[in-house]
Every structure is written in C-alpha cells, then in structure tokens.
Design a binder for this molecule. Structure first.
Ligand code: NAD
Length: 474
C-alpha cells in the first residue's frame, strides 16, 4: 500500500543518489526510502516551473478547473490506498486519514470553482478613457508543507496555485511524503502539462535557501512553525518576494457558565486528542468559568484518560503516535516545567508504551501564567484547563499569547457572542463547535500566526497580482 517515493520534476519521476528513510511512527519500522533533491534537481524544477507557468497561465480558467476536478476525482477514487499510506507514515487512525483524503479533494474542488471567478472590475472614467482591473497569476510559487496532514496540507497549496494559473514547486514534508506523491500522480493522470507541478524533498533549509532567492519565484507559501515562517519571510523580503504564511497557533477555548458543561467537556477532550493534538488549530488553553470549572474539568479529564491510544491501523484506536520522535522529549519538557511551577497533572504526562512515538493524553489543571506551556504551542495531546472569574478575564487570557489563529467558545448568550466576535484576536473564531474551517471559508491567522488566507473567496488572492489598465482612445 505504501507508494514508491520519487521526485516529480518536469512531468517525470526521478530518483537521486541521496536517500533518507521514512519511518512508521507507530512501529518504528522503515517503510520507504526518500530521494533528496540536489541543487541540480532544484534548478531543473525551477526551469520546468518557468516553462510550466508559460503554458498554464495561458490555459483558460475552465480548462484549468476541469483538470483540477479530474485530479480531485482520482484522489476520491484512490481514497483507501492514500489513507493507508497516510496512516503508515503519520500514525493517525485510518478513519481520520480517510477523512483527510476527502478534505484534500474538497480543497481542489472549491478552488477549481474559484478558478473561474477571479473577476476584475471596470472603474467609471471620462469619455475616451477606460479603467479596468485585472487579476493575473503571480508566477512561480515555492511552497513548503508540513507533516501533520500529509495529503490535505499539500492540497491547499497546490489547489491555490493551480487554480490561479501559477506553476508550483512544492517541498512536502520528509516524514510524510506519500500524500503529496499521490497528488502528483493524480495530476499526472489528469493530464496536467509538464512542469506546472513539481515535487521535491530533501534538506528543508537547503531547499528554501536555494529556491527563495531565485528571480522567477514570486510567492513563498509556507505552513509550519512561526520560527521557520519568520526565517523564510526574512529571506523572501530580501528579494521583495510575496509570502503566504500559515504558522503556529495556541487556541483558547472560553467555556462560559451558561453552557452544557458535560457536552462541552466531552467534545473538548475528543477534539483535543484529534491527530494527537498536532493541528495548528488544536484547542489547547481551556478557560472555564469558576462556577463550572470543577464539573467541566472532571468530565474532560475522564474522557481524555479514556482515549484509546495505539496503532492507527487498529479499528478502535482514537489516537495514534506523534508523527516524529523529536516531539516526545519536547512535550515531556513542557509538562515537567508546568508541574515544577505548580500545575496539577490530572492525567497522562509521559511517553506511552515502549515502541513507537506515543504520548499519553495529558490534562494539566491550574497552570500558572509563568509556565512555558501558557505561551508555547505544545503541538501534541496536552490540554491546559484553568478557571476564570469573568468573560473579561477569559478574553484577556485568550489574547495573552503572540498567536492568533483559531479560538473557540461555548456559550449561548448573545451579549457574550457579540463581545467574543469583537474582541478575541484570531483569524478563525468558532462558537459551540470545535471545527475551525471548511474549504469554502477563509483560513489564516493574525499576530504571529502569519498572514494571508487559504480557502474561501479570499483563497486565490495571494496567488494573483492586481493589474490596473488605463486605456485611452485619445
Ligand atoms: P520545525 O519548526 O523544525 O518544522 C516545521 C516545518 O517546517 C516542517 O515541515 C519542516 O520540514 C519545515 N522546515 C523547517 N525548517 C525549514 C526551512 N529552513 N525551510 C523550509 N522548511 C523548513 O518544527 P517541527 O519539530 O517539525 O514541528 C513542531 C512545530 O512546528 C510545532 O510547534 C508547530 O508550531 C509547527 N508546525 C505547525 C504546523 C501547522 O499546521 N501550522 C504543522 C507542522 C508543524
């Protein structure tokens, strides 16, 4: 079920002389060997992307849309095979991997529709003059996608670029290459012209350092940590290259006194453990009103502790391992720091089992503000639950981090909802649900969570330039 791993450059699959192993994080078995791109491979990809841009930017929006829809249909048909590969390389439960494949296809389907709606406008002018505004593809995109959603993260970037008429060189995550390989195969089979989509792997800093300064690259699209996003933005700014940055989050959840405490506690615990907490929108800092804190925390801790942890291939498993071994010590450090500063570890807090990169579902209560986890994104199955005295207190705490990606609240009070919409500093706010976005809604952050939006009617904006035309008949 696991695909052969290769680079895809100028419409051809290629191997290289340098390989790195791909490991199943549930078993620690090697499941594949991934070729790393050399500078020559990257230069070939760049040349191919320049040629690809010439062809694709002059292809009609309807034809672009049709090609993307054909590829999306193939991804849906191949759902089972792709989902198995994702679970093998990433560890997430197969059920979640299946949903991810469908979500990836939906990103393509939405942007395929948007490809035909990149409207310009006509501005009134004096007789003999015409002002018109045109949206045109920005050029070659250098994109970098992370390992937490092996299929849907690459899908977002490829969909935006291809729907806009751009060509793209994507460096997908080395830990989880299969999702991007399957997307490239689907586009090859759907008849995408050579060079429009190029896929490379290798040493991340080497690839970004080589591609970003190149003149044909007009947009750097990145999803990953704020630290790396800042570095790539600095590199891009030296060349006045545009960036689209989807970075870290540290999502607050405000649980108000009027809510159904049991239902909120259960759904919060289930959502926290989804993808082993490795989601940039993962709910992490839970602020419950002091009048319901005990009930909410008890329900949450019971449900979190009951999470079935194991190999994602087993049907009843709810949470798989972390995707890579470096995240286990990173989480242990954060939990120990909180414990030393006075937090209660209500459940979990340690590695789970002897084999694989598993971490226990973990809940920390009454965590002091000076604990590192109150500012640093854990990116793992660790929740913090603290009491708050009022909505003011909760909003103040929600906004007290440098991040601003997703935020959540449980309440039915209209006055509270009104204030949450105005005052919580995030790009995506969800009330009475812990879903953060859909392909048809704009997704992205404020503050250190980045800039630009993917999805929604805003999704193609970063991939296009605005050209104003003044046509004088005089
Ligand atoms: P990391 O900062 O080392 O890497 C994050 C991602 O950036 C990886 O995919 C990596 O391959 C890539 N990367 C790293 N250096 C790069 C460079 N110089 N050029 C181009 N790409 C580069 O962190 P990590 O240990 O892999 O993951 C942990 C942190 O990453 C988390 O704390 C989380 O904030 C962040 N992360 C965020 C998302 C997201 O969806 N926003 C996804 C994955 C990881």
């Amino acid at each position: 079920m696991y695909p052969e791993l290769k680079l895809f450059i100028a419409g051809k699959w290629r191997t290289t002389s340098r390989d790195i192993p791909v490991v199943n994080p549930a078993t620690e078995d090697e499941i594949g060997s991934l070729p790393c791109a050399s500078k020559q491979d990257l230069d070939d990809a760049l040349e191919a992307a320049v040629r690809g841009f010439r062809v694709w930017s002059r292809t009609s929006p309807r034809e672009r849309s049709d090609t993307i829809l054909r590829a999306a249909a193939l991804l849906r048909e191949r759902q089972e095979e792709i989902a198995h590969a994702i679970t093998m390389e990433h560890g997430k439960p197969l059920k979640q991997a299946r949903l991810e494949v469908i979500r990836g296809a939906e990103f393509f389907e939405w942007d395929a529709g948007e490809a035909m709606r990149t409207y310009g406008r006509v501005i009134p002018a004096a007789p003999g003059h015409k002002f018109s505004v045109h949206h045109q593809p920005i050029g070659v995109v250098a994109a970098f996608s992370p390992w937490n959603f092996p299929m849907s993260q690459p899908a977002r970037k490829i969909a935006g670029a291809l729907a806009s008429g751009c060509s793209i060189i994507l460096k997908a995550a080395e830990e989880t290459p299969a999702g991007a390989i399957h997307i490239a195969k689907a586009f090859e089979d759907a008849g995408l012209p050579a060079g429009v989509l190029n896929l490379v792997f290798g040493e991340p800093a080497e690839i970004s350092g080589h591609l970003i300064p190149q003149d044909p690259v007009r947009l750097v699209a990145f999803t990953g940590s704020t630290a790396v996003g800042r570095h790539l933005t600095t590199l891009a700014s030296e060349h006045m290259t545009s960036v689209l940055m989807e970075l870290g989050g540290h999502a607050p959840v405000i649980v108000c006194e009027d809510t159904d405490v049991k239902a909120a506690g259960i759904s919060s615990a289930v959502r926290k453990m989804r993808n082993a907490g490795q989601v940039c929108t993962s709910p992490t800092r839970f602020f419950a009103h002091e009048s319901i804190f005990e009930d909410y925390a008890t329900t949450f801790v019971e449900r979190a502790a009951a999470t079935v942890v194991g190999n994602g291939m087993d049907q009843n498993v709810e949470m798989g391992p972390l995707a890579n071994d470096r995240r286990v010590p990173a989480l242990i450090e954060l939990v120990e720091d909180a414990r030393e500063k006075g937090a209660t570890v209500a459940t979990g807090g340690a590695k789970h089992g002897d084999k694989g990169y598993f971490f226990q579902p973990t809940v920390l209560l009454n965590v002091p503000d000076n604990a590192r986890i109150m500012q640093e994104e854990p990116f793992g199955p660790v929740a913090v639950i603290n009491p708050v005295s009022s909505l003011d207190d909760a909003i103040g705490k929600a906004n007290s981090v440098p991040y601003g990606l997703a935020g959540y609240a449980f309440t039915n009070r209209a006055d509270y909802i009104d204030r949450l919409i105005d005052e919580v500093e995030v790009g995506n706010l969800s009330i009475n649900t812990l879903e953060a976005s859909m392909p048809e809604t704009p997704f992205g952050g404020v503050k250190s969570s980045g800039y630009g939006r993917e999805g929604g009617t805003e999704g193609l904006d970063n991939y296009m330039i605005v050209k104003n035309v003044w046509h004088s008949a005089d």
